[in-house]
Design a protein around this ligand. Sequence first.
Ligand code: B12
Ligand code: SF4
Length: 569
Amino acid sequence: MKIAFIVPAEDIRRNFLYRTGGLFYGHSNSITGPLILGNILKNAGHEVGVYEELERDVNFTKMKDADVIGIYTMTPNAVRAYKLADYFKREWGKRVLIGGMHASVMPEEALEHADQVVVGEAESVIVDVVEGKVKGKIIYSPVIDDLDTIPFPDYSLLKNPCRAANIMTSRGCPYSCSFCSTSRMFSPYRQRSPDSVIEELTLYKEMGFKYVNFQDDNFTANKKRTKEILRKMISYNLIFKESFFFGRTDIAYDEELLDLLRQANLKRVLIGIESLNQDSLDLINKKQNIDDIKRAGDLLAKYNIKLIASLVLGLDNDGKEEIRKAVNFCKKINAYQLQPAILTPYPGTPIYEQFEKERRIITRDWKYFDMTNVVFEPRNLTSWELQKEFFIALKSFYSLPSVFKIFRKFGFDAGIRRTGLWLIMNFAVYNFMKKSKVKDGNLYNWLSELDLFQRYFKKRLPELDIYRFNYSKSTDYTDDSRNASLVVCYFDSRKYNKRKLIESISLPKDITGICLAIKTYGQNEEHNIHFSLKNQDRFEEVNYKKFYKEIDHKNRECNGCVDTIPLEL
Ligand code: B12
Ligand code: SF4
């Protein structure tokens, strides 16, 4: 049989800005799951091709003769995955399988677009599923106890360019930070033997790969095993060009490990610093303290290992001040790169459960769940403010002076990359500001408008202290609005009857509820925005012009607001 695997990428990650940023950030590399599954299927006599959309657009006609199409999902590309699956089923009548991170926690949702869904690590069931021997709609695949028994990813199956081979020497992580999805998807934590790792590295050397990334969620979790792998790499001369790995601040307590990492050329590490606020670290169960972070900054510099500092923006105990303090710290210690990640409630994590219970998730449009967009209501800032903080962090870290510093400290190659990132980040900030003013239903514009109205109502009706916002383009917000004092919704005025829509929002009687319905998508913005006040049981149509006048849209200030909202960063 012919099988085509697809690793999709959303529109927002297939644009010029993102792809160019990716070029400066690192070398093209792949998700390994489909390459492993492809290898298993190849060994069972099938013909397999793996296509990834991230680096370049895929010519889908090439898979028109496939008997089965297998689609990988992570949450931020689930929408694209479903769109492709629907197309292949509807237009080509193909049999479609869906698996991966997102489908494993939302199998029923994925099944709406596929013939079968595999939950979890699919190695032990993939052949039977493809060959039609397993007929269930949702198949729960058992975890692989002994990782040494499964084949390596087969890069010859990959139909797009790939400069760096990814190796996973373990699955999962012994820690359990509350926002982390991989430690849950790949649970329990399992490790491969150093010999099996060395065999895989030898293969990549023979294939001519110059770059290898260690994509384990926590490569240094078991230091004894990591050191054994590193020693073997050094003695067999399995050294690649500046390998990347994920670690934790605890590596700084083991100088022997740092020395081996340096010798084996694993000289680029992404570490989750997350926050410099101990309460926040404790809240997310990070099991890390401020001294650990500071020590890691010092020791990595001593051993000349480049630190990619990852911060989580929007934790419940953090506000603007804490975020800026953490960014400044990363600048001060000359971190090689900064990865500000907006807190994202991925399905299947405790943070998702918590926000779901507290009704703080403002959109379920999965494409925004990529850690660069705000999809929830933070505690100490508005969603818009947090979105701005993300770009402020990028702009302040990837500044022009930092380019010179990087040239001096890390050399020419790193300097060129930083120059590229500086340019891209400035473009990204410009794009963000531009989009936030364009009323086409995009998330940035929606968050900025919301922020204005939020302030307006807070000033006007201070007795209302519950403000709930929901990003939705249809009527599916009704359930979420049940406990809300203020509901803000966008909807297409051409599709929905406004009065019917407003009446469908059932606010409890004991709350003086307000329903603010903003209509977009019209030609004339002025006539398409309406406010409706629900006072006790009665909806009142509020004179739009009177309300709107009080908001100075040009300067993005609102006369009735608590403070002003300058857009410039
Ligand atoms: C390598 C990697 C990348 C690479 C390559 C991506 C690419 N070419 O598309 C880079 C660095 C470019 C990248 C980018 C991004 N990534 Co990434 N990435 C990873 C990483 C570290 C390893 C993936 C891997 O090899 N896993 C190991 C293998 C064994 O697992 P697997 O691939 O899931 O496969 C198993 C099962 O899922 C299943 N399976 C897989 N596919 C299929 C298909 C079928 C049909 C079936 C039946 C089963 C099945 O069986 C497999 C074998 O057991 C993961 C973390 C992780 N541990 O998975 C993050 C991860 C997947 N990435 C993540 C994110 C958020 C992103 C970005 C959005 C980041 C950003 N803001 O830009 C982008 C999106 C890219 C895209 N395609 O849209 C998140 C996703 C979170 C979530 N819960 O959905 C993860 C989990 C990291 C994290 N933060 O926790 N990524
Ligand atoms: S240490 Fe990293 S990989 Fe491990 S649970 Fe925390 S965030 Fe996830």
